[in-house]
Design a protein. Structure first.
Lengths: 109, 118
């Protein structure tokens, strides 16, 4: 399978601060998604981003597929951003995602 | 429906009891996936269906785990003779299949079923 490493494992921010989450993966991939798991356990799609850069409001993501990493940027963090952020990768011929262990984010007011 | 739904949301079972977990995928989504998420970990793949065909069951941890999707829509994950190590959140996801036959990459997840085996 594909190994996925996320860093940092834990992150505490003051409201309004910016942060960068990193996802490294061990093999070439065709699929990459970032998810936010809220305190109730729901996985919410943030970005489908196998390559390139995307932005959605205060969130943006960049994947450099040739170097096997992806970054998730959170700007002007809010308490509602708290939760666990997962990176998941996959390949066309493998109909599954491989998940990292996540980054647990706590945004304090 | 608007999203993937799962039931029950919570299940407490005594060790040795059989359980059945249900997943209703997004309407029109051909592909369906089951994942297991242990506390503090990322989800791990269990099995994959395309319509009613179970194309990959490599992640099922033992022969006590069985999944089916007989009509290509609703799926059931059954765990026989539950053990304490089966305690986890079980997540279901669905996705489209492209005209090319490849699974569309974006997977949409349900809220999960939290299983606690005592």
């Amino acid at each position: 399978g594909i190994q996925v490493e996320q860093s940092p494992p834990d992150l505490i921010l003051q409201e309004g601060a910016n942060s960068t989450l990193r996802c490294n993966f061990s093999d070439s991939v065709n699929n990459l998604q970032w998810f936010h798991q809220n305190p109730w356990g729901q996985l919410i799609n943030l970005f489908y981003i196998p390559s390139g850069t995307k932005q959605n409001g205060r969130l943006s993501a960049t994947t450099v597929a040739t170097e096997r990493y992806s970054l998730l940027y959170i700007s002007s963090s809010q308490t509602t951003d708290s939760g666990v952020y997962f990176c998941a990768v996959g390949r066309y011929n493998f109909n599954k995602f491989y998940f990292g262990s996540g980054t647990k984010l706590n945004v304090k007011p | 429906g608007a999203g993937v739904s799962q039931s029950p949301r919570y299940k407490v079972a005594k060790r040795g009891q059989d359980v059945a977990l249900r997943c209703d995928p997004i309407s029109g989504h051909v592909s369906l996936f089951w994942y297991q998420q242990a506390l503090g970990q990322g989800p791990e793949f269990l099995t994959y269906f395309q319509n009613e065909a179970q194309l990959d069951k490599s992640g099922l941890p033992s022969d006590r785990f069985f999944a089916e999707r007989p009509e290509g829509s609703v799926s059931t994950l059954k765990i026989q003779r539950t053990q304490q190590e089966d305690s986890a959140v079980y997540l279901c996801a669905s996705s489209l299949v492209l005209v090319s036959g490849r699974t569309q990459e974006t997977q949409y997840f349900g809220p999960g079923t939290r299983l606690l085996v005592l």
